[in-house]
Design a protein around this ligand. Sequence first.
Ligand SMILES: C[S@@+](CC[C@H](N)C(=O)[O-])C[C@H]1O[C@@H](n2cnc3c(N)ncnc32)[C@H](O)[C@@H]1O
Length: 249
Amino acid sequence: MTGWVQIVGIGPGDETLITPQVQAVLSEATDAVGYIPYVERVAQNPNLTLHPSDNRVEIDRSRHALEMASAGKRVVVVSSGDPGVFAMAAAVFEAMENGDPTWRELDIRVLPGITAMLAASAACGAPLGHDFCAINLSDNLKPWGLIEKRLRLAAEADFAMAFYNPRSKSRPEGFEKALMALKSACDDNRPMIFARNVSHPDQSIKIVPLQETTPDMADMRTVVILGSSQTRIITRDGAPIVYTPRSVD
Ligand SMILES: C[S@@+](CC[C@H](N)C(=O)[O-])C[C@H]1O[C@@H](n2cnc3c(N)ncnc32)[C@H](O)[C@@H]1O
């Protein structure tokens, strides 16, 4: 059997948001590795051996996937959303670059998925309709000073911003510091969107003026979007629509 590795994104939650390309690969694979809740989401295939692992063991998990593919297994590495956005694709390539030279000969592919910020943006309108950036607010793998610098410069450049990993139990103070930096750099009424569990049955979308935001509004199941100075809200019966116009005067 010829082994391969396919690093796949299974979208933000709803099964209908998994691409047909990823569905097809999941049905061909012999083994699936990934963080426990994501592997649980592909558990329906009886021919697939599941290898769930804990958070923060991305390199071990990647090495395991590459070893199994070298031994002839058809391995999917599962990420939520898109595997290239703060997820497993970069970890697998890091393991490959630093690992067994024969791993470079493997058939290895990345299959895209719908990332959280795009699902969240669609759920409330089009806040990312003009230039934007995405920032991972976790300082597990980079110094906090770099995050603050990027926040400051993104505000100066007037990007809309999407924030991943905003606030965890082990680092509750980071999001508070991020909000303080943004409040001092941006105008008061800029909308901030707290999109929690997007595309799950308990999805929640809250739109709050920046100055009224508090750290407890976000957790690790939330992606946060801050509009640019141009971002607008259309009020109407039912949920408002947030959008950023395509042009700047
Ligand atoms: C390690 S990152 C993985 C991102 C993922 N690869 C993606 O493309 O969406 C985890 C963060 O993604 C965001 N996230 C992932 N799925 C989400 C969802 N369904 N609703 C809201 N935020 C989500 C949260 O900010 C969470 O802390």
